[in-house]
Design a protein around this ligand. Structure first.
Ligand SMILES: Nc1ncnc2c1ncn2[C@@H]1O[C@H](COP(=O)(O)OP(=O)(O)OP(=O)(O)O)[C@@H](O)[C@H]1O
Length: 593
């Protein structure tokens, strides 16, 4: 059982690494030379203990013979140091290019990976995003990408370097004294066992700590995002408690992890220095008996330090590779998520007719709660349809289905009598514009926010759309006009102004079908007049579906659809429905539209 788990872990590391390296492949002309340079510099780094051994060992051995030639020994030392400095310079020179090459190839590959992920993310269907806790997805992706980056740029080169140093140093110590080497290597299994036992514990705790920290990050993000509600409800202390709890959990698991790590570290330090001490003791016995000369003994000790240092970094390298395998697994899962359907038939130009044919629907996250029940209606091209009904009746869900955010469970959504499921999703959406209730402008200029309706539109077209949307006047009065920055970090616009920008955006998009979620919040009379006038222009000649909250809107509608609990309970014109004295009449009376 355990073996198969270990096998899987190994396979995952291999699979994850292969996946990451597949992104490096296009940059192999930089990556491979950098890797070769890395091996060269790693091998050259062994020159340091080698020449150090000469510098220390030569004079000592010369004294031992009792016939030291001081001048010749000094001359040899001078030559040695020249060699050492020369090799260090070559090493430094190559290292400079290697670091640059690795960074270039690594960061370029990572950018490709980021691009691929983001592109894929944009194509994922709506339910995927609705199932995620806000903030967690992007947090997780950036944390995982951080781990992959650390692995590519640091751990991978480190692993290669330490492997070369380890193998080179091991060969060296065996050459100097195979007896001493065997004594030293006796301690290795003990250390490896300790690493294996405590490493697993440390990893488990570090994963828990990571999760706990992410949890606290999420609490902070949620509080900051909903800061207006936090303050309005005076819930600061509630949020503080929530944050404290998350931090306490993080602290607890971190301490547990620290216990395991501390025990592990003290043991390793004891074992490592104990071994070096033991070997030195054994070596000095050999030295005294003439079993080894001073130079070889010095070389042995120096190279042993290199063996120890390389071995010492291995657990860290392995755990980083394991972290990478976890991160790449999640990223690969994300890449394997199915994209939205693309549709077979092109919806080159919609005529504007829209119909629901016996559509039933429930959200995948709540399969027990039917939201729409056998809903049928027809919207003729250019007509105005008002959707009314109590909160939760399913009005916004109708919009989601039209936009293809979700698929009906049964029944069909039809555009010009073609089943939406067969049509190209992107093409359908291109011919639909949405004016939401609460308009969110993204960070950028007003011009860019309007241009979002039709990327690449000319300045004249943008201005013309703003004029039609009754937005030009207030925009022109802003100090920087169309270049005024709006959104989270820009100028704050009023609700009515934001709506008119959204209307300008929709006018620019020139859609066949318009989905309008009327604002419930009251605007002042002047602002309302300007918005209504703009909407009137926008709706003219287009099929419009309006989630209506104002009596004036429903009066002007060609058809009113009254929804209740996802069912169509009444439909007709305002006068017809009032005459019926049913649900609509009640809603109109109580002004619950
Ligand atoms: N993403 C979702 N996942 C699960 N259930 C949802 C989701 N969105 C809406 N619902 C549920 O579907 C039902 C219909 O919601 P919908 O938003 O369509 O109603 P609505 O008529 O637009 O209401 P309102 O006027 O309050 O906006 C509600 O019971 C709601 O709880």
């Amino acid at each position: 059982m355990r073996n198969s788990g270990e096998d899987k872990k190994k396979r995952d590391i291999k699979g994850g690494l292969a996946w990451v390296l597949s992104y490096v492949r296009p940059y192999r002309h930089i990556f491979i030379p950098s890797l070769v340079a890395l091996f060269v510099t790693a091998a050259l780094s062994l020159a340091f203990p080698f020449f150090l051994k000469e510098l220390i060992g030569d004079p000592a051995d010369a004294w031992k013979d009792g016939s030291i030639d001081v001048l010749a020994t000094r001359k040899k030392a001078d030559e040695t140091i020249l060699w050492l400095v020369g090799i260090l310079a070559v090493q430094a020179f190559i290292a400079y290019w290697r670091v640059r090459g690795f960074t270039r190839a690594g960061e370029a590959a990572l950018n490709d990976l980021r691009r691929d992920l983001f592109q894929h993310l944009l194509k994922l269907p709506m339910p995927f995003f609705q199932d995620q806790r806000s903030g967690s997805l992007s947090n997780r992706i950036s944390a995982d990408l951080g781990v992959v980056r650390e692995t590519v740029l640091n751990t991978l080169p480190q692993a290669a370097r330490h492997s070369v140093v380890l193998v080179g140093s091991l060969i060296a110590i065996f050459v100097f004294s195979w007896k001493l080497s065997l004594v030293m290597l006796c301690s290795v299994p003990v250390v490896v066992l300790a690493v294996a036992i405590s490493g697993r514990k440390v990893r488990k705790h570090s994963r828990e700590a990571q999760d706990a920290l992410a949890e606290s990050g999420m609490v902070m993000e949620e509080s900051v995002q909903g800061i207006a509600d936090v303050k309005a409800f005076s819930n600061e202390s509630f949020e503080k408690t929530r944050y404290d709890r998350a931090l306490d959990r993080f602290f607890d698991v971190t301490l547990k992890g620290a216990n395991a790590r501390a025990a592990f570290l003290s043991f390793v330090i004891f074992a490592m220095f104990g071994t070096i001490g033991g070997v030195a003791w054994y070596g000095s016995h050999m030295l005294a008996g003439g079993g080894i000369d001073q130079k070889d003994f010095t070389g042995f000790i120096l190279f042993s330090v290199f063996v120890g240092a390389s071995l010492g970094t291995m657990p860290e390298i392995i755990s980083q590779f394991q972290a990478m395998s976890g991160a790449t697994e999640r990223l690969r899962e994300l890449m394997a998520e199915r994209s939205e359907r693309s549709g077979r038939l092109s919806a080159a130009k919609l005529g504007g007719a829209l119909a629901f044919d016996n559509v039933s629907f429930r959200y995948p996250s709540r399969p027990d709660a039917p939201v729409l029940h056998e809903l049928s209606f027809i919207a003729e091209p250019g007509k105005r349809i008002a959707l009314v009904g109590p909160s939760g009746a399913g009005k916004s869900t109708v919009f989601s289905l039209i936009l293809g955010f979700h698929e009906p469970e049964s029944g069909r959504v039809l555009f010009d009598e073609s089943n939406a499921a067969d049509l190209e999703l992107a093409a359908i959406r291109k011919q639909i514009a949405v004016v939401p209730q609460e308009v969110m402008l993204f960070g950028g200029s007003i011009r860019e926010n309007i241009e979002y309706g039709r990327p690449g539109a000319s300045a004249e077209d943008i201005e013309a759309a703003a004029k039609q949307a009754n937005a030009h006047e207030f925009i022109s009065k802003l100090p920087e006009g169309y270049d005024t920055l709006v959104g989270p970090r820009g100028v704050k616009l009023s609700g009515g102004q934001r709506q008119r920008i959204a209307i300008a955006r929709a006018i620019l998009a020139d859609p066949r079908i318009l989905l309008l979620d009327e604002a419930t919040s009251a605007l002042d009379t002047e602002s309302e007049r300007l918005v209504n006038e703009a909407l009137e222009r926008l709706m003219t000649g287009r099929t419009s579906l309006v989630i209506a909250h104002r009596l004036s809107t429903v009066r002007d509608a060609d058809t009113i659809l009254v929804l209740n609990h996802g069912k169509l309970v009444e439909s007709g014109t305002h006068d017809q429905l009032i005459a019926k004295q049913g649900t609509y009449h009640l809603l109109a009376e109580t002004q619950l539209l």
